[in-house]
Design a protein around this ligand. Structure first.
Ligand code: NAG
Ligand code: NAG
Ligand code: NAG
Ligand code: NAG
Ligand code: NAG
Length: 444
């Protein structure tokens, strides 16, 4: 079946497929691999689709309107702060509330119908593979939920406030195809206010730059599978899906441009669920999923933690990076039910699950904990020399959103019957990541 699919699909994917099936047979890595395989595989497919999707971009001459709106916005922000000053007891109360409020703990509550920020007609950059309605998704109730932190309200995303904060700045999303998904959501949210220019795309569409001329704001994605150096082993000229990781070497693809950034949103994790040979100081120190004699066998958490440590110690050791605010968006879980991507797993729920139904012993939650521990450590270290780190912790909320994935509605005609339960529909609960990010930015 799979072999047949391979033959009829583009050669672009053949190698990947081949190595997946082979690997599955050889190593029988039952539980974790499929999530990543999906993201790897879908990442390749995504880039394929993006290459062929038309991007009819133009910049509207909105400048005058823009200036007026900005003045209004300035006034609004000013009035807000004045009101706060006028009543000092309510101000301190508000500050108390903000301080004690954990934005990342809460629940999904019903929101007004049609509460989504954009549609496929108001945002032209939704990638086909995330355009679930276009691909036949019929239920839309999954859009009518909002995140309610226990102690406070999470404001709706306001593109004017966001663009006001980032005026004249550069922001980059660093990581895998789910990081890209996050950036694409932000792109749609912001394009309701200003249509960005598509200014750079590399040949594989893994590094992409958008520019918002009216706000002099640059938004990029920098592709990095592992944050550290990770090379795929080639076998007979094709990728083996086996990687060599240099645990102590940061990936220059993002590290080189990093000092130039004002904001970096780092996220990662889905690529680590595979066979990895681990190297430190140029020597192989062990392996994940290898079970080779005389080679130390590690769990995934070891290289994952090392990758974040290496990334953060690069940032903290980089004098020129002191102006960059580093945010970590924690792990976004996949939700395959009754199987994996290649064994009939699916995700066709139509509403959130309750927090009580979430398994906090899952590996998804462990990955998140590693990321939180490492950013807290980096934050302490960074205080000494003026580096800033912030957390955008989406994991708890997203563990409840099995309904937010494209499932079978990801528009791949060669891969009918396979589900994408790793990426997120647009619009959809992924847009909430940017509500959180804006709340964090406003505090930072
Ligand atoms: C200030 O806020 C407190 C608490 O909300 C309220 O009781 C008080 O009347 C307010 N004072 C003024 C001058 O508005
Ligand atoms: C938008 O979605 C509708 C279905 O909801 C679909 O018919 C239409 O083709 C889509 N348009 C674009 C431009 O994606
Ligand atoms: C590589 O190619 C050689 C010659 O065609 C073959 O004997 C060998 O089995 C191949 N190795 C793998 C891992 O496919
Ligand atoms: C493993 O190490 C032992 C002891 O050093 C050695 O005798 C044995 O040959 C090694 N096995 C392999 C497969 O390298
Ligand atoms: C979800 O998909 C499974 C497998 O295709 C099917 O058995 C089930 O009825 C579906 N559930 C809903 C709510 O559509």
């Amino acid at each position: 079946m799979l072999e047949k699919t391979m033959k009829s699909s583009s050669t672009l994917f053949q190698d990947r497929f081949h190595s997946y099936t082979k690997r599955d047979r050889c190593f029988n890595i039952r539980s974790l691999v499929p999530f990543v395989l999906t993201s790897l595989f879908m990442a390749s497919i995504l880039s394929f689709f993006l290459l062929y999707s038309p991007l009819p971009f133009s910049v509207f001459p909105k400048r005058d309107l823009e200036i007026v709106q900005n003045q209004q916005l300035e006034e609004q922000l000013h009035i807000q702060s004045q009101t706060n000053h006028a009543n000092s007891s309510s101000k301190s109360q508000k500050n108390e509330e903000e301080k004690s409020c954990d934005l990342f703990k809460g629940r999904w509550v019903p929101a007004l119908r049609e509460s989504s920020y954009y549609s496929n007609s108001s945002c032209s950059t939704i990638p086909d593979s995330k355009n679930c309605f276009k691909n036949g998704r019929e239920d839309s109730d999954f859009l009518n939920w909002k995140w309610k932190p226990h102690e406070c309200e999470l404001p709706r995303f306001d593109p004017r406030i966001f663009l006001h904060i980032v005026r004249g700045k550069k922001m980059a999303f660093i990581g895998d195809s789910v990081a890209r998904n996050h950036m694409e959501s932000l792109l749609c949210l912001l394009s309701q206010e200003e249509i960005p220019k598509d200014v750079h795309k590399d040949s594989e569409d893994r590094f992409r730059t958008w520019y918002f001329p009216n706000h002099d704001f640059t938004l990029m994605t920098l592709w990095s599978r592992f944050l550290i150096v990770g090379e795929e082993r080639m076998v007979n000229g094709t990728g083996s899906s086996i990687f060599d990781l240099q645990l102590d070497k940061v990936d220059d693809d993002w590290a080189k441009p990093f000092p130039d950034l004002d904001y970096a949103i780092i996220s990662d994790g889905h690529w680590f669920f595979r066979v990895m040979h681990l190297h430190e100081a140029g020597k192989e120190i062990g392996c994940v999923y290898c079970k080779q004699p005389n080679v130390t066998d590690y769990n995934i958490d070891f290289p994952l933690r090392k990758a974040f440590q290496t990334a953060f110690s690069f940032i903290n050791g980089c004098h020129a990076c002191r102006n960059t605010v580093t945010m970590v968006r924690t792990f976004a879980p996949a939700h395959f039910e009754k199987g994996f991507w290649n064994t009939g797993g699916f995700c066709n729920r139509t509403g959130p699950v309750k927090e009580e139904q979430v398994d906090f012993k899952s590996f998804d939650w462990q990955v998140r904990n590693i990321q939180v521990e490492e950013i807290e450590r980096a934050k302490e270290e960074g205080k000494k020399n003026g580096h800033r780190f912030e957390l955008v912790d989406v994991t708890r909320a997203m563990l409840m959103r099995a309904d937010g994935h494209p499932g079978e509605h990801w528009g791949n005609k060669w891969m009918k019957g396979y589900n994408d339960c790793t990426h997120w529909c647009m619009p959809g609960p992924v847009d909430f990541w940017n509500e959180l990010m804006l709340a964090v930015l406003r505090k930072a």
